[in-house]
Write a protein that binds this ligand. Sequence first.
Ligand code: ATP
Ligand code: MG
Length: 557
Amino acid sequence: MAEEIKVTAGGNFIHDIIDEEQKEGGRTFGEKIHTRFPPEPNGYLHIGHVKAMCIDFGTAEKYGGICNLRMDDTNPAKEDEEYVRAIQEDIHWMGFDWEDRFYYASDYFETMYDLAVGLIKKGLAYVCELTPEEMSANRGDLTHPAVSPYRDRPIEESLDLFARMRAGEFPNGAMTLRAKIDLASGNFNMRDPALYRINHAEHHRQGNKWCIYPMYDYAHPIEDMIEQINYSLCSLEFENHRPLYNWVRDNVDLEANNRQIEFARLGINYTVLSKRKLRNLVENGYVRGWDDPRMPTLSGLRRRGYTPHAVRDFIERVGVAKVPNTVEVALLENCLREDLNANADRAMAVLHPVKLTIVNYPEGESETFMTDLNPTVENGGQKAVSFSRNLYIEADDYMDEPVKGYFRMFPGNEVRLKSAYVVRCTGCVRDENGNLTEVLCEYDPASRGGNTADGRKVRGTIHWVDAATAVDAEVRLYNALFLDPDPDAADKDYLACLNPDSLEVLSGCKLEPDVAAAAVGHPYQFMRLGYFCADKDSTPEKPVFNRSVSLKESFKK
Ligand code: ATP
Ligand code: MG
């Protein structure tokens, strides 16, 4: 079993193999490292794909090689140009580039067809007229080989039938082209696997040119050979398919020096990482699109406020190994928190506002305080925050009777208004239903900047926004999309695991005016609350903010 070594530490088991093969006499001695990232354009990329991207592009980068971007679009039914564009955008966002090496596997269909004809001529493939049902009924078991009555039909007959399959003479499922390998193989993938099947479906780029489509296991090694890939890196579920990859490589008439190496897929708890499942969430309205900030897609993470740096940091910390592992979503959140702590502007915002009136502050007057944009950065800059007689504070920063350890607003208590003054709470106003409508206090003019002149201690500090300049905003809080730690498990119905409270929408939140006008995605730390950014739905009239991540680990279901 491969030892787990971090990319940052300079290598991993894949790099060890490459180092070995690049030595004199090795398989790729003197060759440039050439990898590919081969997404199927049937959905948006998710964070699992970043692992593959970091391995494919990252390995090429490390060795001064090149990495192709290839749309693996051999399966006609579910592919779309929208996905192609989104995939390109997401890869660029992650900081990877394919330059002019952008390919579609479907452009190789003609070559793949010719190579299949070549296999038939060599007696290495035949047309089998078993239907899919009959084929699976005849696949045998560990003690019995598979059976096909068509295996030994004359080459001429297979050539004729294959040409007629292509010409559209037969309905879906009527026959397949199969490799002639070993009906008794212990690896069922080698029991004369299908190479082509009939599918009268329109292809997103080929239109109706084809009604037979190559199977993944046949197509992929050919794609790699055509593009002269020497390291075909993929996830572990292809390990059992490697003998077939090698068989195709070794038997079709193309020059080859490609090798498949598998690595463990990334799994994250409380998450599903499968385009099919994610697509279902989108298409059936369980979320608000592929870029819903609750989604583990790159577009969702980006909209939520994730940075490429945080995502890559996460992938590096997870490391590359051959052992499947499920990583805690808390690790991902921590990577973002660290990044934003260093890079987000600080601001005050009030999510559950109640009015605070400073009864001894002159009516109609105001002043400004300078606050640090980022205290973790030397010379991180400052901004002006306005202050007046009426402010907003968080409703839970007031209590009539303090509970143990509560040092914020309660009658008689002194509290610091962050960066401004020390105030003493004098009471509150409630409506006829007993709801809190206003908190009252007096300020100490000698405490400007936040410290008392006589050095008396003030334990609590709360944030506030000036009511005179505050802008109302919608704030969207995100919790886990799934309640179950492993919704992706084969034996679970991921839809039944959905968290009904994954989205909380707050309205009437109070923002400082410069924050309300921030560019989409610009990161903020709202003091005491977490990290937030303006959503793409945000307008100057109606700002909308996303909570990217809370301040402390508070992963909430
Ligand atoms: P999905 O099940 O989400 O559709 P896929 O494997 O079908 O994933 P592809 O578009 O075929 O998606 O994947 C492109 C590349 O990304 C492949 O090399 C695949 O192995 C890799 N990949 C996909 N999901 C993960 C993951 N969770 N971890 C690591 N690599 C992944
Ligand atoms: Mg796939």
